[in-house]
Write a protein that binds this ligand. Structure first.
Ligand code: SAH
Ligand code: F3S
Length: 459
């Protein structure tokens, strides 16, 4: 727990949702630290509690609303306590938050974090404080994120913001705005600082990293209007990745998320060429049925997806592959569901994130499609894909038994204080005896056993 040494106001940020939100919270923390606030992980004694929120599924929003309710008592006890809502829910609900949840004092969307100090001054004098303006150039590129809850070993570095894809189920394009890429110079500067601070691993973040494109700033969609010179000197994701891999040879590099429609062979070749780029691709597919992919406005077919998988396996034979899948999307029939199981049997993913479809107000699917798969069937299908994934994970992990994996030690295993845990290149968790090893070291671990989620090793 942090203690205040002077009379600085204390704040706590509670983060929900994706890695991008965790990365954003570090930007917010940096802005607050520069404006006389001090970070604390004891929210009960803080002057300001910020919730960085997620809207991706209804359940996420309900969890956050419950958390907000739990602050009612705190607010009664401490009339100076201010509560702010950041992130996707702030963007989606805007001013409505102030009327729906009475304890909320400020509402700030993902592109308006620089305004937080001003908004806090407004709150102090009793005004409403809402800023949910989305930007076409905000990337927070010049802000040096304050690493929160960091293990000092691996860090997130965001490279793009927003998304232009408009998958019909997804709220992200509405809450995070249009896609923009961050200036490579500021990306390199951030990684250099992390390296100097002793970090060993970075994960490049974007909703769709393969569509990274730097041409001097501006929205991705406006690239067509760029000058010839801008076009010629533009930097794609594969080039950025190569630049980082070459300049930071001692660091491990990961990235997420890849979108099948944009992942290029160039990226695969760069991954194969550089030892320090981890061999793992998170490649959400959402469904195994072309009919459903079309309704989702995903811009590829299952055959194209399979071709991409084949290409990955050919160029990077030892690559780990994971997925996101949604069950019970509108009009998903039992046959469509079977096609998803079939695809899973084809790819045999190492792991995945599986969700029931959750209708999000304002999205194209909400406007045009009937959420017509009964809850019970959504649940049954979800269970079937979870069971199949578990089987594949177990079998894939079994193949590692008897081999050696390079593992970056991150922390103590949750299950035993005698063991360290860390991930191998394929992003699979490995636990092994501590011996005299230390977090931050990369070690070769002999794998002797496995579960469906973890490799067990001997160092
Ligand atoms: N490109 C993004 C996707 C963000 S959302 C990324 O960086 O990962 C993460 C996953 O949540 C999606 O791939 C999808 O599988 C799931 N998801 C998104 N909207 C959803 C919804 N309305 N209902 C259920 N799952 C959803
Ligand atoms: Fe959402 Fe599709 Fe973009 S899932 S974040 S709209 S790639």
């Amino acid at each position: 727990m942090l203690t205040t040494v002077d009379n600085k106001k204390k704040y706590t940020i509670i983060t929900y949702g994706c890695q991008m939100n965790f990365s954003d919270s570090e930007v917010v923390s940096s802005i607050l630290n520069d404006n006389g606030y001090q970070s604390s992980d004891d929210h009960i004694n803080s002057d300001l509690i910020l919730l960085n929120t997620c809207s991706i599924r209804e359940k996420a929003e309900l969890t956050i609303r419950k958390k907000l309710q739990s602050f009612k008592k705190l607010k009664k006890k401490n009339s100076n306590l201010k509560i702010g809502v950041l992130g996707c829910m702030a963007e989606r609900l805007k001013e409505k938050f102030l009327t729906e949840e009475k304890m909320v004092d400020l509402v700030v969307g993902p592109d308006a974090y620089r305004d937080i100090p001003n908004l806090l001054r407004d709150v102090e004098i009793g005004n409403n404080a809402v800023n949910v303006i989305l930007s076409k150039d905000e990337t927070y590129g010049d802000i040096d994120p304050s690493r929160l809850k960091s293990n000092g070993i691996s860090a997130f570095v965001s490279i793009t913001r927003g998304c232009d894809n408009m998958c019909t189920f997804c709220v992200v394009p509405f809450t995070r705005g249009r896609e923009r890429s961050r200036d490579p110079k500021s990306i390199i500067k951030e990684i250099l600082k992390l390296k100097n601070e002793g970090y060993s691993e970075i994960t490049l973040l974007g909703q769709n990293v393969d569509s990274y494109l730097w041409y001097g700033g501006g929205l991705k969609k406006d690239f067509k209007d760029a000058t010839e010179l801008q076009k010629k000197s533009s930097l794609s994701f594969s080039k950025l990745l190569e630049l980082i891999a070459t300049n930071f040879k001692s660091m491990r590099i990961r990235f997420t998320t890849s979108n099948p429609q944009d992942m290029s062979e160039d990226v695969l070749n760069v991954m194969a060429k550089h030892k320090n780029i981890c061999k793992h691709i998170h490649l959400p597919v959402q469904s195994g049925s072309d009919k459903i992919l079309n309704l989702m406005n995903r811009k590829h077919t299952i055959n194209e997806y399979k071709e991409l998988i084949n290409k990955i396996r050919r160029i990077i034979p030892n690559c780990g592959i994971s997925h996101d899948i949604i069950t019970g999307f509108p009009n998903e029939s039992e046959d469509d569901h079977k096609l998803t199981l079939e695809l899973m049997n084809y790819v045999k993913y190492d792991f995945g994130f599986m969700f029931k479809y959750s209708e999000r107000p304002g999205t194209p699917a909400y406007k045009k499609l009937d959420d017509n798969v009964p809850e019970k069937i959504k649940q049954k299908r979800l269970q079937e894909i979870i069971d199949l994934q578990q089987k594949h994970s177990f079998n894939n992990l079994k193949d590692y038994v008897g081999t050696n994996c390079e593992v970056l030690i991150e922390k103590e295993s949750k299950k035993s204080s005698q063991f360290w845990c860390g991930r191998n290149s394929q992003n699979i968790m490995v636990v092994f005896p501590k011996k005299n090893l230390k977090p931050g070291e990369t070690v070769s671990v002999k794998i002797i056993d496995n579960t469906s989620t973890t490799l067990i090793g001997r160092s």
